[in-house]
Design a protein. Structure first.
Lengths: 354, 262
């Protein structure tokens, strides 16, 4: 169990900043996800922690030790790539034994630890196979076993589930989390999949254009995004633009519609952009009781959920409701309501979508 | 109809390319005293005259020695160069790659003259080391080409993981990269070997008193048409066919497609 500290980490290629001044403190045993679109610099951050890419600025400490200038081989880090990166010419057993053999660990001890690691990923009987004889999910588990067998200080996972199909991905996700908890190993995972980030992590680091946008627990990142980019990247959102009302607990839109919100922490009249997550927008059959009247323009049945597109005085909105029997039909006149605290101000002024 | 014409013209072109080489094979087993087609009878006399002549045997030994040593050196240097060219991120990579491939594109005579002048100056003209260096220069482009493709098609992440698992660069090369490159390494080596064994122009310029098989064949032909040549040619064809067969097999095992080399 080791802490990880990134201080002002940067990676510049000429004038281009792939990673720009990233600082992050990961507690021992914590599971942190770096989330961002492709090209956001998230994999570059990971490879710099692993020692496979040089920093152009800043420093990295693992377990209190400055590893900034240390070669990859001496960092004692478990690393798993999306492409599995198994050694194709070795059996599963030899793959997992590799980190032990380069450390000069004896045959008996190696056998015991390899078998234990393979058992942990439920592949105990696969030791003699070649990677090419395994399915994608099995190969990924071998990669995982190989990454933990030498008791690394930290675990780094680069889109480890990206190449798996949806059902398998959910399975491996659960397994990954269970494994991480039982080992108590500090883990950083890199992904572009916001669901994966929300479901796996203790905290999420949202990265865009090489810069940290927000570091927060999943629920806070989702409901309390620090800016419009984070709001959009983590899921669908209804967006309101207007000015803070005189009570500082509402937003007055251009058309005059008043949107109740939580404490604005801004002076009345300040132009702001706020978001409301679709599942926090509640539709009621009675036109009169809601905050704004709404008319259903479209209803999309998604099995577990129904997504309603509605037209309101505050503009078009989306609501997601549990998929029951008593849905609303297109054309129905209803009303929309929400908890004021669920309307969250993401930016001053009108923030264009990222 | 179109397909038939296409196939027919294909066969014709192939015949046009191969027949002159293949006609040598029956002639080498001829019992006639001079080049004659069709051969009047079967005999191995020209193979005897080749292997019974100490001058031919000496040339064969020289050829084999030069080919073995130069192709091995070319393999080492070319593989290292290919790794640097594929994995490196320094400037001017395209230019340097061009320089490595140049001996394949530049007319042999120019390389021959260049080596002649250079070796004359440093005293390597007409020496075995000179011949080996000259043939190494000619073998390197084949190695660079084959090994570049092989290294490029090998997932860089696998090397990175090996390092991160605690392997030194040397251990990574020896235990991870090399075992996966073996078929390509062997193919590259055979390419360089054939390039050296077939080489005549550069050899002519820099060999001095040393005879190699192609050089001696060339000289013999200038003086007289001796059917021994057909026996040697047949042996060389057999060697090339076997070697190319091995190369194709190896490259396929190494996951490299022949088309990606050209």
């Amino acid at each position: 169990m080791s802490s990880i500290h990134l201080k002002g980490v940067s990676r510049h290629y000429g004038a281009f900043a792939a990673v720009d001044d990233v600082s992050l403190d990961v507690e021992p045993g914590e599971f942190v996800t770096i989330l961002g679109p492709s090209g956001s610099g998230k994999t570059t951050v990971l490879t710099m922690i692993a020692g496979l890419n040089q920093l152009t600025g800043g420093s990295i400490h693992i377990g209190g030790r400055d590893v900034t200038a240390l070669p990859a081989a001496q960092r004692n880090i478990g690393l798993v790539f999306q492409s599995y990166a198994l050694f194709p010419h070795m059996t599963v057993f030899d793959n997992v034994a590799f980190p032990l053999s380069v450390r000069g660990i004896g045959a008996t001890e190696t056998r015991r630890r390899v078998e234990e690691a393979l058992a942990r990923v439920r592949l105990d009987t696969f030791g003699r196979r070649k990677p090419s004889q395994l399915s994608g999910g099995q190969q990924q588990r071998v990669a995982l076993a190989r990454a933990i067998v030498f008791q690394p200080d930290i675990l780094l996972l680069d889109e480890p589930l990206g190449a798996l199909d949806r059902k398998l991905r959910e399975e491996v996700q659960v397994e990954l989390r269970r494994l991480q908890r039982s080992l108590g190993i500090t883990t950083i995972l890199v992904t572009h999949d916001q669901e994966e980030a929300l479901s796996l992590s203790d905290r999420i680091v949202v990265l865009d254009h090489g810069k940290v946008q927000q570091i927060a627990a999943p629920q806070n990142a989702y409901l309390r995004p620090s800016n419009r980019f984070v709001a959009d990247f983590l899921g669908a959102a209804n967006v309101f633009e207007g000015r803070v009302g005189s009570d500082e607990r509402s937003i007055v839109m251009d058309g005059g519609t008043v949107i109740p919100c939580g404490a604005a922490a801004r002076r009345p009249g300040t132009p702001v952009t706020a978001i409301l997550r679709p599942e926090r927008l509640i539709l009621a059959a009675d036109e009169a009781i809601g905050i704004v009247p709404a008319m259903i323009t479209e209803s999309v049945y998604l099995g577990q959920f129904v997504r309603y597109h509605v037209e309101t005085p505050a503009g078009p909105m989306i609501a997601v409701a549990p998929g029951g029997n008593n849905g609303f039909a297109p054309g129905a006149r209803v009303s929309a309501t929400w908890q004021p605290d669920d309307v969250w101000i993401v930016a001053d002024g009108a923030a264009p979508p990222a | 109809m179109t397909r038939f014409l296409l196939a027919a013209s294909g066969v014709l072109v192939l015949a046009f390319l191969c027949l002159p080489a293949l006609i040598v094979i029956p002639m080498s087993f001829s019992s006639a005293n001079s080049l004659e087609f069709p051969p009047p009878g079967f005999s191995l006399r020209w193979y005897e005259s080749f292997l019974g002549d100490p001058r031919w045997v000496a040339a064969l030994k020289n050829s084999a020695l030069i080919a073995l040593v130069s192709s091995t050196i070319a393999l080492l240097l070319g593989s290292l160069a290919a790794y640097g060219l594929v994995r490196g991120t320094f400037r001017g990579r395209a230019l340097i790659e061009g320089v490595f491939i140049a001996p394949l594109v530049v007319p042999s005579v120019i390389i021959a003259v260049a080596l002649y002048i250079f070796f004359a100056r440093i005293g390597l003209l007409g020496s075995l080391p000179g011949l080996i260096i000259g043939h190494t220069v000619l073998g390197v482009p084949y190695v660079v080409l084959v090994m570049s493709v092989a290294i490029r098609s090998f997932d860089h992440r696998i090397e990175q993981v090996a390092l991160s698992l605690g392997a030194s660069t040397t251990t990574m090369f020896r235990r991870v990269l090399l075992p996966n490159m073996l078929p390509s390494v062997f193919a590259a080596w055979i390419f360089a070997l054939i390039a050296s064994f077939d080489e005549v122009i550069v050899t002519h310029f820099i060999a001095g008193p040393y005879d190699t098989v192609p050089k001696r064949m060339f000289n013999e032909l200038v003086l007289q048409v001796n059917p021994t040549i057909t026996a040697i040619a047949t042996l060389l064809i057999a060697l090339s066919v076997v070697a190319i067969g091995i190369v194709v097999l190896l490259l396929r095992r190494g996951g490299v497609k022949i088309q990606s080399l050209t």
